[in-house]
Ligand binder design. Structure first.
Ligand SMILES: [Zn+2]
Length: 82
């Protein structure tokens, strides 16, 4: 599938609406959480299903009891997180 390019202007607060075709393709619904990652001059947007219960990070998560913790928070919490 070729990459679809949609050009948008930011509004007065710097916001950009994700195109509905992109949201549908990624399964992003209203009110869902996304992560934004800056890599060089590119912003990546990714649907997030879980976030760290402590810091809100969306990467390198592991389930701990009934929550999720990122690697940094697991390291900071040490054995108490197990
Ligand atoms: Zn964390």
């Amino acid at each position: 599938m070729p990459n679809e390019i949609i050009i948008r202007k930011t509004d007065s607060l710097g916001r950009v609406t994700l195109p509905s075709t992109f949201r549908r393709a990624l399964g992003i619904g209203l009110g869902d959480t996304v992560s934004l990652t800056l890599e060089g001059d590119v912003i990546h947007v990714r649907r997030v299903t879980h976030v760290c219960a402590v810091c809100g990070a969306a990467d390198d998560l592991s389930p701990v009891r009934d929550s999720w913790l990122c690697a940094d928070c697991r390291r900071l919490l040490g054995d108490r997180a197990e």
